[in-house]
Design a binder for this molecule. Sequence first.
Ligand code: ADP
Ligand code: MG
Length: 238
Amino acid sequence: MGRIVLDQVTKSFGDVTVIPPLDLTIEDGEFAVFVGPSGCGKSTLLRLIAGLEDVTSGAIRIDGEDATSISPAKRGLAMVFQSYALYPHMSVRKNIAFPLRMAGMDKAEQDRRVDLAASVLNLTDYLDRRPGQLSGGQRQRVAIGRAIVREPAAFLFDEPLSNLDAALRVGMRLEISELHKRLKTTMIYVTHDQVEAMTMADKIVVLRAGFIEQVGSPLDLYHAPRNLFVAGFIGSPK
Ligand code: ADP
Ligand code: MG
C-alpha cells in the first residue's frame, strides 16, 4: 500500500512561506512526478512527505493514517539519494543491507532481501565489489537497492539522475520505469527535466513558487495545459 494525501499542508522557513496551503493525493501504485523550475519547492515537498522536514501546518496521511508527526524511519517510505551517498569502504552487499543492519534484522533475512533486490537490479555479480569499482549506473542501482530492501510503501526520488551524463540518464530513466512496472509500488519522482516527467509519469504535478499550477497525466498536460506557464514547461503548443 502507498496512498499519500497532503491536506492543506504549508511550510515556512522563518517568515518566508515556501509552500502555501496545498492539497494533493497520490494514489497507491502511482508514478507521480513533481516538476517545476529551480527553487519552486519540489525538494521541500518531498522532504515534508519523507518527514525530513516538519510541516508548518496541515496534515500528511499515508494509507489513511495520520503520519504528520511520525519520524521518517517509521513512515515506511524510502528516499533514494544520489549514488554519491554510498559508503566507499563497504561492499555492495553491505551498502544495500545497511538500513536492515541498522534496524537489527537477522542476517538470513538481510541476505534474502539483498539477493532479491540484486536480482531485480542486475547486481548479483557485483555484490562483493566496492562502489569505486562500479560504473555510475551501477552505483545508482545500488542506491535504489538500498531502498528496495526496506520494502517501502513508496519510493521518493529527488533528481536522482542529475549527476549522470546524458546517455546514462536515458538508460536509468528506462530502468526506473521498468522497476515501477515490476514492483508496482508508489513512486514520487522530483525533476526539473520535462522529458523525464513526460516519459515516466502517470501523474505530473507542475509547481511554481510552492503552488500547484496543474495536476494531470502527461497527455492531459500536453493537450490541455491550464496556462502558458504549464504549456511552456511541458513544451506543448498552447
Ligand atoms: P527545488 O527543489 O524546487 O529547487 P527547494 O524545495 O529546494 O526547491 O526550495 C524552495 C524554496 O525554499 C527556495 O526558495 C529555498 O531557498 C527555500 N528553502 C529550502 N530549504 C530551506 C531551508 N532549510 N531554510 C530556508 N529556506 C529554504
Ligand atoms: Mg531540489
